[in-house]
Design a protein around this ligand. Structure first.
Ligand SMILES: Cc1cc2nc3c(=O)[nH]c(=O)nc-3n(C[C@H](O)[C@H](O)[C@H](O)COP(=O)(O)OP(=O)(O)OC[C@H]3O[C@@H](n4cnc5c(N)ncnc54)[C@H](O)[C@@H]3O)c2cc1C
Length: 333
């Protein structure tokens, strides 16, 4: 009997668990560990912000996986010990034959002093739910959307949210009372996209009267004056601040010897195997370059999904004594 442990019940972890449960004989153990009791579908945050989704409907309890023979343990993973082939959690040690790591990113709003008290983190479920209510009461004023640093998950999301805000205020007939702008450290919106896409996005922002500041480093948010401070002495005042916090690689991987600078997990781009042949990593936590283009892969659920299928099928092949032959080819790019 083999044990496959999956760290993380986000897109990567849930897809991997489902594929394994369909592929592996029931005698094998599949365990999914997450600190939370529910999976949250982050791709629905933009629609939730503008009141087109109910926060309750974008989450699913992870214990329903147990119906498929997948064990769910709600626990905090404290460390991974490749030498001992085990994972230390706050509820005890779990041994593995194969480990799939999909812990996503860590958010660090504190890198911009004032963020936590003065801005909504649009990448956080609780803040997104609160923001939905705040916006219902918002009738007039200035909204500034800022990106703290790169890399960040799903680069189109800030623009998707801003365009949805534009439509939301139009629908309510109050768009002319609301000023919208985006501040980003990137040289352009969708900096990884083709030049034609970047230009189209800039044109659309202009058409929709959404301000854009690029190559801006956000330093701090002064909550007493509602002022965002950028480098070169630039400031931006607003009535409401929405922010994307700094993203770091998962701290739980720090001492595993499997990470690059910033705790991003190094993997083979085709198999998602780390330097340790029993440990695979998928999704936002990986330091992955796209196989053909060689640029850093954007952090996106669609990649996490296809990577999980490859990893789960290859692990199942290994357990069944077959040659692992599945490869990630950046499907979704
Ligand atoms: C606003 C927004 C819009 C998006 N829109 C899209 C879109 O339209 N299309 C698209 O493809 N992608 C989109 N994405 C990106 C997508 O949601 C992510 O790429 C995807 O969720 C990454 O999956 P993951 O499994 O790597 O990590 P996650 O889904 O973040 O899951 C990680 C899980 O690991 C758990 N965890 C972490 N550390 C520990 C620990 N130490 N112990 C226990 N549990 C732990 C967390 O609780 C979490 O449940 C969007 C993201 C955002 C924020």
């Amino acid at each position: 009997m083999a044990a496959v442990i999956i760290l993380g019940g986000g897109i990567g972890g849930v897809v991997a668990a489902n594929v394994l449960s369909k592929t592996l004989d029931k005698k094998h153990r599949i365990v999914l560990v997450d600190r939370k009791d529910s999976h949250v579908y982050q791709s629905s945050y933009p629609l939730t912000i503008v009141n087109k989704r109910n926060p309750k409907n974008i989450t699913r309890r992870l214990d329903i996986l147990q119906k498929k023979g997948i064990e769910f343990i709600q626990a905090e993973v404290k460390s991974i010990n490749p030498e001992q082939c085990n994972v230390q959690t706050d509820k005890g040690i779990i041994d593995y034959d194969f480990l799939i790591v999909s812990p996503g990113v860590e958010h660090h709003p504190e890198t911009v002093p004032g963020f936590k008290d003065g801005a909504y983190n649009v990448y956080n479920f609780d803040d997104v739910s609160r923001l939905q209510n705040t916006l219902k009461e918002f009738k007039k004023g200035k909204i500034v959307f800022f990106i703290s640093s790169v890399p960040y998950t799903y680069p189109p999301a800030p623009y998707e949210i801003t365009f949805l805000l534009d439509a939301y205020f139009r629908e309510r007939g109050i768009r002319e009372n609301v000023e919208l702008s985006v501040i980003t450290p990137e040289p352009s919106p969708e900096a990884l996209g083709r030049p034609a896409v970047q230009k189209r996005l800039r044109d659309l922002l202009k058409q929709r009267q959404i301000g854009l500041t690029t190559e801006a480093k956000v330093l701090s948010l002064d909550t007493s004056t509602n002022t965002l401070h950028l480098d070169q002495g630039i400031t931006a005042e607003a009535d409401l601040f929405l922010g994307v916090p700094s993203h770091w690689g998962p701290g739980v991987m720090e001492n595993t010897g499997l990470v690059t600078e910033g705790n991003w997990i190094e993997v083979d781009p085709h198999t998602m195997q780390t330097k340790n042949e029993q440990i695979y990593a998928i999704g936002d936590a990986t330091a992955l370059r796209l196989p053909v283009m060689r640029v850093w892969a954007p952090k996106a659920g669609i990649f996490a999904h296809y990577q999980s299928e490859v990893v789960a099928r290859n692990i199942a092949s290994k357990i069944m004594g077959k040659k692992p032959s599945f490869r990630f080819t950046a499907k979704g790019a």
